[in-house]
Design a protein around this ligand. Structure first.
Ligand SMILES: [Zn+2]
Length: 425
């Protein structure tokens, strides 16, 4: 959507909305959005770039807003991230905002004076349309449906049309085995109390064939509804959320190389051999790991889903990207051109990662096993929790190379099985 109700929207190359403008020639911008690595704006400003609102997030949820005059508002969200209560800095009752929400997001406001626009599941509700901005698409809480179809060809047969159904194409955001996902307008399998849709493509907990494992692929803590009354102490509410996040054990999956880090002029391909590049094999295997973990309901953060330009400080950007994860699994491919017979998987680990490494090594049934080893690599040194670096096989060995290329998803699934056995022995 580029223009509606006299307001024009502009998006960046990633499809994130970066500004709103009023009608005019040229249109007159009145609100700019400034993003961090996630899909939620951290700062909003006027057209000249003067900050009007800053947002503070904790554990993936918006917890506070700082207005340009220094006023602080605190947000109290439910398990879906919907801000039900907004208070001023001292928690005065009655609160600034106090709203109930219907399951599909309709708002029933008791009071609404804070000017907050981030409502159902924490997404912005545009006053000009009443629609919720969910990145890829706009959502109508009134209809309980998206306002535009999901991006896949074909789909369910129209019973009232004599036309043949369109030939189904690839299903990047749906699964042929799950009829609920095939309705192109449906919201989160019609199960809005349980799931959210952070990207407008996929319900949390759902994995698509290509994009499901992006940074937004995160489950919300807990499935039961809990709220916080206005008199709750903000710290106890934050702590209980932190504990719930922890019990979820988010796994960071890091495909090695494929980044153009600070000081380098091109994307780092990693090792190469037989026409293959390490960066592509690590990504294919990592996608397999994330997909398999996602199917088991394990929250995943994947540090990259393609080549990354301007990645930041070498390796440190990867540590930064794993914020919120309690386990790190970095995927690499070994190389020993001087010894082309060398083959098999080695699992390196830090001091906390021995059991995890052993579980992954034991789970590998596809390549030969070279065992586990405590090592001192940067990622293993700088990650706080259990961390492993899997050298999945040798790109310098012809037989390993064929397996790595043809069975990357299966290798990923075996690594994920090792992680699952470690998490739930
Ligand atoms: Zn490597």
């Amino acid at each position: 959507m580029t223009s509606t109700a006299g307001v024009t929207y502009t998006y960046d190359g990633d499809g994130k909305r970066v500004l709103k403008a009023n009608a005019g020639t040229p249109p007159q911008p009145f609100k700019l959005y400034w993003y961090g690595v996630g899909g939620d704006p951290l700062v909003e400003s006027d057209a000249s770039g003067n900050s009007t609102d800053e947002y503070i997030f904790f554990g993936g949820k918006r917890i506070a807003r700082r207005k340009s005059d220094g006023t602080i508002h605190y947000y109290f969200a439910d398990h879906l991230g919907t801000s039900r209560v907004v208070t001023n800095a001292t928690g005065t009752v009655p609160t600034l905002d106090d709203s109930d929400f219907y399951p599909f997001g309709g708002e029933r406001a008791v009071s609404s004076t804070s000017g907050n626009t981030y409502k159902f599941t924490g997404k912005e509700r545009d006053p000009e349309t009443g629609l919720d901005y969910m990145l890829a698409r706009y959502y109508s809480s009134g209809l309980g449906r998206f306002a535009s179809p999901d991006e896949f060809a074909g789909g369910p047969v129209d019973a009232f049309s004599s036309n043949d159904p369109a030939t189904p194409g690839p299903l990047p955001y749906a699964s042929i085995t799950d009829p609920q996902s095939l309705n192109k307008y449906a919201y989160v399998y019609n199960n809005p109390l349980r799931y959210t849709d952070p990207t407008g493509h996929l319900a949390t907990g759902q994995v698509g064939s290509s994009e499901g494992m992006t940074i937004n692929f995160r489950m919300r803590p807990g499935d039961s509804v809990y709220g916080c009354m206005p008199f709750c102490d903000s710290f106890s509410s934050v702590n209980s959320e932190a504990e719930q996040q922890q019990s979820q054990q988010t796994v960071a999956v890091d495909p090695g190389h494929g980044d153009q880090y600070q000081g380098s002029t091109q994307v780092d391909p990693g090792a190469s051999g037989g026409g293959l590049q390490e960066k592509n094999l690590t990504l294919a295997i990592s996608n397999g790991v994330s997909a398999a973990l996602g199917k088991n309901g394990v929250p995943v953060i994947q540090t990259r889903t393609g080549d990354v330009q301007n990645a930041g400080v070498r390796l440190q950007w990867r540590i930064d990207a794993t914020t919120g994860a309690s386990i790190l699994v970095s995927i690499h491919i070994d190389s020993a051109p001087q010894n082309p017979a060398a083959n098999g998987m080695t699992v390196h680990h830090n001091s906390k990662g021995k059991a995890l490494a052993e579980s992954i090594s034991k789970s590998n049934t596809i390549l030969s096993n070279r065992g586990t080893k405590q090592s001192n690599f940067f990622l293993l040194r700088h990650f706080q929790g259990p961390a492993v670096l899997v050298e999945a096989g040798f790109i310098s060995n012809a037989s390993d190379r064929a397996i790595l290329q043809k069975q990357s998803a299966q290798i990923g699934a075996r690594i994920a099985a090792g992680i699952m056995n470690y998490l739930h022995p």
